[in-house]
Ligand binder design. Sequence first.
Ligand SMILES: C[S@@+](CC[C@H](N)C(=O)[O-])C[C@H]1O[C@@H](n2cnc3c(N)ncnc32)[C@H](O)[C@@H]1O
Length: 269
Amino acid sequence: VSSGPDDRVGQLAERYASQSRAYQELWGPVLEKLGERLLREVDCTGIARVLDIGTGVGVLLPHLARTFRGATVIGVDRSPGMLACVPNGPILAVMDASHLALAPRAFDLAVLAFVLFHLPEPIVGLVEAGRVLRAGGRIATATWGTELESAATQVWTEELDAHGAAPLDAASDLAQHELVDTPEKLAGLLASAGFVSIRSWSEQSTHTLGGEHLVRLRTSVGRSKHRFDSLDRASQSACLASARHRFAALRPEDFMARAQVVYSVARAP
Ligand SMILES: C[S@@+](CC[C@H](N)C(=O)[O-])C[C@H]1O[C@@H](n2cnc3c(N)ncnc32)[C@H](O)[C@@H]1O
């Protein structure tokens, strides 16, 4: 795996490592539900070797083992710090999704759940997944169509803005959602990577994120943390107090967050 001063992939791996415990507690359960949804669309026949690319803290690994009973399941991720949080058991390896150190045609199923937008070139990750799949092997992907938003997340963003948090720029975001945020884009990329029998669709997903969950999530994981961290101590305290005050006046439904999720399944030729 590469690293260097201009290494966005390495930078991302370090960021994930530093947030891995919070990710596991606060964000993992959200993605787990969406990953399970994706797996329900995969044809289970003839799947004995499964590769979870960008497995993170491994939330999908037990579901893969249950869904594809008896299969060998391997999780790979660029961030050793994320893999360190995976409970003991599964086979794991540090690997870059764009350069898998794996033999051609070694797998029957490759899963990329919420990973493609992190790759410098998503098409390269798809071609690489195709390389390690046998003929007729399956690929399953999930990406964000829209951000997970609720009235409460809106309040949080307004408070960050009001207290002068730095805007989010592409360099600090380390994600390119716009490359993979519609079924059409995914279908196009999968076709360009040589996949066939492509099915790509988008679905609304809802999650209740209560006020304190939201505060902990937004101050400890991902790009919103980056904005919060840009504030000085006094502004952070004021932002938190103001957000909590406004949350107290919201209705339960205001904490119901909605997102469009883009799912795809396809076959290697
Ligand atoms: C949003 S998390 C998703 C984790 C997991 N698939 C899930 O659904 O919970 C994205 C993961 O992709 C990993 N990742 C990002 N870029 C990667 C790359 N180039 N190669 C391998 N893993 C990568 C990150 O380290 C992180 O663990």
